[in-house]
Design a binder for this molecule. Structure first.
Ligand code: NAD
Length: 512
């Protein structure tokens, strides 16, 4: 291919003919094949063997036994392994970034950015490996000491979406590994090669350190394979990233066995553009947020809530900016917008545009599917803007495509906040304003109800240092920075009596 994909695959050691389930460097998936194909040019990249139920049980057994050894390794020593993994990622950043771009369709820059996020979370996890702190408390009983500690949890099941095919896994694994857990990952069936590439890199590091197979495991397949994980009591935690529809099914299956789930689901993110917004920053934030990754980020900007006093100006600036967007091969760095993941996603995009018109919306920047040279995959679409109302059914939904809805408000910032919060999802939100009162109202207890709330920044593009996730139908989970690590461990309260008496708590007397 033109952009060095074959070479990238070679550097990543991917054996396209025999790729699939793995607990180590060798793959042994024996189920039916899935074809990984690229939305960039429609080409089939590789055949991937999926995981059978028997393969799955073998993987879990390997993980169970690896956990017994891994959990006893001191956390800072586990951190050293994660440090080496981060080093390998630095060496392979370019080929891995390229594979992400080619298999998923995001720009090469964004592919590299995803690998950089993996590197960053490894660095974070290395430091964290010396800071898995519990607290100590003063006991009410004489001669007693009380404290809490965090222990490894066990096998973490990771189910991930196609749109961040490598970073979401690293957000989970880098933390889970230093916490002493082992991981079984089922990547999206739309991006299995990204999974295989990551698994190879990790497995190599574990093998080089004489560690057993099974600390990092990969299984491949669709929802059926995911369901084996969600109903499996050997997996105490399921971390699932994807659609709200999927999250509800996962939550029920894991809840039915009283397991823990960490859910990172869809968003319906808005930027409020106040009378005090900086126009230039607003346009950059909104356009990148709406068309970056072809509108396929969980934090993509879906709604722009614009004060009527700025509406015409913002509308004009956006129309001008959209006219300059270059759509095409994401590996070509001159293009701003790459393809959607597949033709099903294209159909959903077209249907959303029909629906917004049917509900009374006005198409400001028309969409459309691109055809002809360079667009043979059928996955390239034009980013669109529609003037709409927040209550439209289609505006209430997350359509995973570059469609931006322009909404107008006329009152004060409270009206804008009510519109911003007036959806079922609660992931990312932003306000563009130079007014301190508006900014603080937006961040207050009566402000944005999202897990992420930004001032003078768009909705998309988070740093790994903060906890990432959202409220309401976004699922409530938190990953990545801050104290998100705690979900990967089990907490234990310990009380030690070093006296010669046995006093009971709450002063209860029990004389024999
Ligand atoms: P999807 O829900 O179709 O699939 C996600 C994963 O879930 C896949 O691996 C799939 O095989 C698996 N799956 C589906 N049904 C399952 C079931 N019943 N049991 C177990 N596993 C099951 O999502 P997608 O189209 O790949 O990704 C897009 C969605 O992901 C969007 O809604 C986006 O907002 C969301 N997303 C959220 C975040 C976040 O952090 N909040 C990040 C990335 C993507």
């Amino acid at each position: 291919t033109d952009f060095g994909i074959d070479n990238a695959l070679k550097q990543l050691g991917i054996n396209a003919a025999n790729a699939g389930t793995s607990t180590g460097v060798d793959n042994f998936g024996s189920g039916p094949e899935i074809i990984s194909s690229s939305p960039v040019d429609g080409a089939a990249i590789a055949r991937v063997n999926t995981t059978t139920r028997a393969d799955y049980d073998k993987v879990v057994a390997t993980a169970v036994s690896a956990f017994e050894q891994w959990r006893m390794m001191p956390a800072p020593k586990r951190g050293e392994i994660v440090r080496q993994f981060g080093e390998k990622l630095r060496e392979l950043k370019e080929p891995l970034g390229k594979l992400v771009s080619y298999e998923m369709g995001k720009s090469y820059q964004e592919g590299l950015g995803e690998v950089q996020e993996m590197i960053d979370i490894c660095d974070f996890a290395v430091g964290l490996s010396r800071q898995l702190h519990g607290l100590t408390m003063h006991s009410e009983r004489p001669g007693h000491r009380m404290y809490e500690q965090y222990h490894p949890l066990g096998i973490v099941g990771i189910i991930s979406a196609f749109n961040f095919p490598v970073a979401v896994w690293a957000w989970n694994t880098a933390l889970a590994w230093v916490c002493g857990d082992v991981c079984i990952w089922k990547p999206s069936e739309k991006t299995p090669l990204c999974g295989i590439a990551c698994q190879r890199i990790a497995a190599e590091v574990f093998a080089e350190n004489g560690l057993p197979e099974g600390i990092s495991c990969l299984i491949t397949g669709d929802a059926q394979v995911g369901q084996w994980m969600t109903s499996d009591t050997r997996l105490p935690l399921i971390s699932a990233t994807g659609s709200i529809r999927m999250g509800k099914l996962v939550a029920q299956a894991v809840g039915a066995r009283l397991g823990k789930s960490l859910l990172e689901l869809g968003g319906n993110n808005a930027i409020i553009v106040s009378p005090e917004a900086d126009l230039k920053m607003t346009v950059i934030g909104a356009v990148f947020g709406a068309v970056g990754t072809c509108g396929q980020r969980c934090t993509s900007t879906r709604r722009l809530i614009v004060h009527e006093s700025r509406y015409d100006e913002v509308k004009q600036a956006l129309t001008d900016a959209y006219a300059q967007l270059k759509i095409g091969n994401p590996l070509d760095e001159n293009n701003h917008v790459g393809p959607l993941i597949d033709t099903d996603a294209v159909a959903q995009y077209e249907s959303a545009l029909e629906k917004v018109e049917a509900e009374g919306g006005n198409i400001l920047v028309p969409g459309g599917v691109l055809q002809g040279s360079g667009y043979e995959s059928g996955c390239y679409v034009k980013p669109a803007i529609a003037e709409a109302e927040n209550h439209f059914d289609i505006v209430q939904e997350e359509t995973f495509a570059p469609i931006l809805y322009l909404l107008k408000y006329s009152g004060d910032v409270r009206e804008a906040i009510a519109l911003q919060n007036g959806v079922r999802q609660g992931l990312s939100s932003a306000i563009m304003t130079r007014d301190l009162r508006e900014a603080e109202a937006f961040l207050s207890a009566a402000g944005s109800d999202c897990g992420i709330a930004n001032v003078n920044i768009g909705t998309s593009g988070a740093e790994i240092g903060g906890a990432f996730g959202g409220e309401k139908e976004t699922g409530g989970g938190r990953e990545s920075g801050s104290d998100a690590w705690k979900v990967y461990m089990r907490r234990q309260t310990n009380t030690i009596n070093y006296s010669t008496e046995l006093p009971l708590a709450q002063g209860i007397k029990f004389d024999l």
